[in-house]
Design a protein around this ligand. Structure first.
Ligand code: HEC
Ligand code: HEC
Length: 355
């Protein structure tokens, strides 16, 4: 072939290619939908640059006041090629049921671009409007191949419809002045209620205190005397317990110490021997094992087997409750007692806190 013919063929091929590109470009602009995802993507980036250049501020809240959801429903035709208004129904794009107020990139089962999935926040009026106006400008790299909806009122109409379509619309935008007044009113009312409540509470408290004070004063004096005595006694015997000996105590070592008790005690609930069963003894009321017949001396102790009480008893059984029938000399070593008490405490599977 001569070079003239070659040029013609080359020209025809190039022309066809250009036409193909242009068709792609125009179909994109006219329908807002690419017939081929890859091509649509490439073309969209150019479109985005022009669109991104226009920045205007729009009072969206004012537009919401005159929003027309029915008009918005018609506009949704521009989206329905890729989006369904049905929960869970992802298509080319994620389902839009409930999208207003939904977290960005949160439709379950949809695989979002990094551009959207890396965004925080919620699809509120402002974000939706910005995204729909210029998807590529709002989220560069998004795979939503849609040119954008330029008219603010169109966007607000569409958002109003998206908001209502799921049957549970959220507040898109409240007139700011109204909100402020409402808030101020509410705050005022709350303050009043709080004030009233405080006054009532104070009155009640005052009454209660003066009543209680009279009754308590006598009791306190008595109790104080007893307490002083008790403290003195406890201080002598419960040193091991009080000095935090339990922190270092070992239940394992305690199990060995318990060998000294086994002749007379079991750790099984209900199984009394010479002595009462010791299952759950830590925190148990003194002299309360069912079926065991205690001495009056032990019954007279009262209270519960706290760690400190046990420590005192085990250090010197006869001294602690003179006349009790446990014929056991006691465990003299404080560390052994602490180990033993931790062991007893844990043996029932529900240890009480030891202090
Ligand atoms: C050509 C297909 C296509 C068209 C047309 C389209 N979208 Fe999308 N849309 C997508 C894809 C794909 C995504 C996911 C984007 C991403 O992951 O980057 C998306 C994402 C979205 C999101 C984000 C949802 C979310 O869960 O975070 C919203 C909102 C949205 N589109 C609304 C619309 C609306 C409203 C229209 C119509 C005006 C529309 N889209 C038109 C494909 C489309
Ligand atoms: C020789 C038998 C004997 C030995 C050994 C013995 N105990 Fe006892 N223990 C008794 C008897 C009997 C009583 C009941 C005392 C009473 O009612 O006066 C008792 C009572 C107790 C009580 C009070 C329980 C309650 O229900 O109030 C505890 C706690 C106790 N023993 C722990 C021990 C521990 C721990 C050891 C080992 C370090 C031990 N005992 C060793 C016979 C023994």
């Amino acid at each position: 072939m001569d070079s003239g013919e070659f040029n013609k063929i080359a020209g025809a091929v190039l022309g066809a290619f250009l036409l193909f590109l242009l068709l792609g470009f125009f179909s994109e602009q006219i329908y807002g939908v690419g017939h081929d995802e890859v091509l649509a993507y490439a073309v969209e980036i150019e479109g985005a640059e022009t669109a991104g250049a226009e920045t205007e501020t729009v009072d969206l809240a004012a537009l919401v006041a005159s929003a027309d959801a029915a008009a918005g429903e018609k506009l949704f035709k521009q989206c329905s090629a890729c989006h369904k208004m049905e929960e869970g129904a992802n298509a080319v794009g994620p389902y839009l049921w409930g999208v207003v107020g939904r977290d960005i990139a949160a439709a379950s089962g949809f695989s979002y671009s990094e551009a959207l999935s890396s965004k925080d926040g919620v699809w509120d009026l402002e974000h939706l409007s910005a995204f729909l106006e210029n998807p590529k400008g709002y989220a560069p790299g998004t795979k939503m191949a849609y040119g954008g909806m330029k008219k603010p009122q169109d966007r607000v109409n569409l958002i109003a419809w998206l908001n209502e379509a799921d049957g549970s619309p959220i507040e898109l935008a409240a007139a700011p002045a109204e909100t402020a007044t409402d808030a101020a009113e509410a705050a005022g009312a709350a303050a009043e209620t709080a004030g009233e409540q405080a006054a009532t509470a104070a009155e009640t408290a005052t009454e209660a205190v003066s009543e209680a004070a009279g009754a308590a004063a006598g009791a306190v004096v008595e109790a104080a005397g007893e307490a002083a005595e008790a403290v003195q006694g406890a201080a002598e015997t419960a040193v091991a317990a009080a000095t935090g000996a339990f922190a270092d105590a070992s239940a394992e070592d305690g199990a060995k110490v318990f060998n000294k008790c086994k002749a007379c005690h079991t750790l099984e609930q209900g199984k009394n021997r010479v002595g009462p069963y010791l299952w759950g003894v830590v925190g148990r009321p003194v002299a309360s094992a069912e079926g065991f017949s205690y001495s009056d001396a032990l019954k007279g102790v009262g209270g519960e087997w706290t760690a400190a009480q046990l420590d005192a008893f085990l250090a010197d059984p006869k001294g602690f409750a003179p006349g009790n029938k446990m014929s056991f000399a006691g465990v003299k070593d404080a560390e052994d007692r602490a180990d033993l008490i931790v062991y007893l405490n844990e043996a029932d599977g529900s240890p009480a806190p030891l202090e």
